[in-house]
Design a protein around this ligand. Structure first.
Ligand SMILES: Cc1cc2nc3c(=O)[nH]c(=O)nc-3n(C[C@H](O)[C@H](O)[C@H](O)COP(=O)(O)O)c2cc1C
Ligand code: SF4
Length: 548
């Protein structure tokens, strides 16, 4: 039986279609339609789609909507309109609006993080904007945003946009990779992996196709920098992805965007249409030999889809389990091809580095953390908002000088880099903001969310909240994460209900933490253990009372 499959994507402004010869797609189609000739996708379907297929006499089959996979996603069918947020920034601010928190905590499915942590406890109706400031020697990613933003192509080019792309297209890829290597830029999505090493791996991987993926899932409660980078400066992400694709030799890219950011999605779609109209995307980018196009994929409410290998499975239309590594996405990514996956903020640094040189970037920051980081402060601060700071500033500067301390209450701790990271207690606030420096005190830079909490949040309350989040979002592949997370949530529920837990439960929780640390396949499981480790280290007295 001859099989001809086409993958296609189209929106109101363009349509592209390419023949698929990947044997996994063919196997998928054969399983779906045994004994049938398969001849491609229906070109008349409306909206943006990819990965769909139609066989003669059969209905269109969309690889992204299959019941057994839909059930993985919390927001597969649910609308988020009118919903309140249940993320950690909203949890620690629940005393500010108990009714809203009650609504958030009692809704199903849960909604974790609307990117409005500066106004927590937040709901989708919240329209306020945070403070956005550059508080360092040299602004990089917030420059256009503090000057009023650049949502249109005209505004972006007026402020120097796409000059970096022109510059990059005139240079050999090797030179561009060297520039990124010299800069010392590290991934700002959480792992802090050197960007230059990743670019070189993808560039040097021999393959017929390569891909670039922007991770715009921004799932860490407390983080909202990517949201504003895209809403206020969407072309910067597009320009960075075109430069990255040209450098590593990719023909196609995806932006994986979080479902909870509908405004960012609309802005990005409009910007992509503008870029295609001006031949910045599509065949022969700016009349060069190089062709590249970008597609948007909207997530459906799963935190673990921010983990890069789960994200790739999600893009492929598979159940988004985390993949075992090696091989890493740079060698074996989307459909097995070398794939460059980067966080939005990491990518936002690229045009600046291309224009100003790797050395200029390298001169900023300190130690092994070069350049700047945007931190996002939650609503308990006197001045919540987004601040671009240079790596190396003490955490105290962020908390006291930028945030202005807490609006009310006494600072009990700061959770930096999302709920799956260690707490920085008040006596360690002089630790510099740096990957290794925070790691040394069992904390992390993560994606730069800074959630302060005060005496309204007890330690058992916080542990219960974080493990409840972890258990809800676990992909389920590792037993300690799938079952252990839920068990710790139960133990702390007992503590909250009865005032303390049995000594056997203390042994159990310590054993679960050890299993999480040693056997988890991804940062969700190890992050739960890291968080708990700092609770045991820095809040031992309060914890002792839980197991009395
Ligand atoms: C559970 C989990 C969730 C994650 N969520 C995100 C996310 O929402 N956005 C992101 O950029 N990286 C996230 N990451 C990190 C990614 O796996 C990956 O390291 C990152 O996208 C690589 O880009 P970077 O090198 O630019 O940081 C997550 C990791 C884990 C373990
Ligand atoms: S640690 Fe948890 S989320 Fe990560 S792969 Fe294992 S089960 Fe999945």
């Amino acid at each position: 039986m001859a099989i001809v499959l086409y993958q296609e994507a189209f929106d109101n402004s363009s349509r592209f279609k390419r023949r698929i010869e990947d044997e996994r797609w063919i196997a998928f189609a054969q399983a779906a339609w045994p004994q049938t000739t398969i001849h491609g996708a229906d070109p008349l379907r409306r909206g943006v789609r990819s990965g769909g297929m139609r066989a003669k006499g059969h209905q269109y089959l969309d690889r992204h909507h299959r019941p057994e996979i839909d059930s993985f996603y919390h927001l597969s069918k649910a609308s988020i309109a009118g919903r309140a947020c249940q993320g950690t920034a909203c949890f620690v601010a629940r005393h500010l609006d108990p009714q809203r928190w009650h609504d958030a905590a009692s809704q199903s499915p849960r909604v974790y993080c609307l990117g409005k942590c500066y106004a927590a406890p937040a709901s989708t109706a919240e329209e306020a904007r945070p403070a956005i400031e550059i508080r360092c020697r040299q602004g990089i990613v917030l420059n256009r945003i503090v000057a009023g933003g650049a949502r249109t192509l005209e505004a972006y080019t007026r402020q120097g946009g796409y000059q970096a792309l022109e510059q990059a297209l005139g240079q050999p890829p090797e030179k561009l990779v060297q520039r990124i290597e010299i800069s010392g830029l590290r991934g700002l999505g959480g792992a802090g992996f050197p960007a230059g090493r990743k670019w070189r791996s993808v560039l040097e991987a021999p393959a017929s196709q390569k891909f670039v993926v922007a991770n715009f899932d921004e799932g860490d409660p407390g983080a909202y920098v990517d949201r504003f980078l895209v809403e206020d400066d969407p072309h910067c992400l597009i320009e960075a992805m075109i430069i990255a694709a040209y450098t590593v030799g990719a023909q196609k890219g995806w932006i994986y965007i979080r479902n909870e950011y509908p405004q960012a999605e609309a802005i990005l779609r409009a910007a992509l249409a503008e870029a295609r109209r001006e031949r910045l995307l599509g065949d022969h980018v700016l009349n060069r030999e190089f062709s590249f196009d970008l597609e948007i994929h909207v997530g459906r409410g799963s935190y673990v889809c921010g983990e890069e290998s789960a994200l790739l499975n999600s893009l492929e239309g598979k159940r988004p389990d985390v993949r075992a590594r090696p091989p890493f996405p740079a060698q074996h990514g989307l459909w097995g091809f070398p794939t460059l996956v980067h966080n939005v903020e990491t990518l936002a640094n690229i045009p600046w580095i291309i224009q100003h040189g790797g050395e200029a970037f390298q001169r900023l920051g300190f130690s092994r953390s070069r350049g700047n980081k945007v931190v996002s402060l939650n609503s308990l601060f006197e001045r919540p908002g987004l601040y671009e700071v240079e790596f190396g500033v003490p955490v105290r500067h962020i908390v006291e000088d930028l945030g202005g301390g807490l609006k009310t209450g006494t600072l009990k701790g700061v959770i930096i880099g999302g709920p799956l990271a260690g707490i920085v207690p008040p006596h360690l606030l002089d630790t510099p903001l740096g990957f290794e420096e925070l790691h040394a005190i069992h904390a992390s830079v993560g994606h730069g969310g800074v959630i302060a909490f005060d005496e309204h949040t007890s330690i058992p309350d916080l542990v219960h909240h974080i493990f409840s989040f972890g258990a809800y979002e676990s992909c389920g592949k590792c037993t300690p994460c799938r079952l252990g997370g839920r068990r710790v949530e139960q133990i702390f529920q007992h503590i909250l209900d009865r005032g303390s837990a049995a000594p056997t439960e203390e042994t159990e929780w310590v054993e679960i933490l050890s299993a999480l640390r040693l056997t988890s396949l991804c940062g969700l499981g190890t992050g739960l253990a890291e968080f708990a480790e700092t609770v045991r280290l820095y809040y031992a007295k309060e914890l002792e009372r839980c197991f009395a």
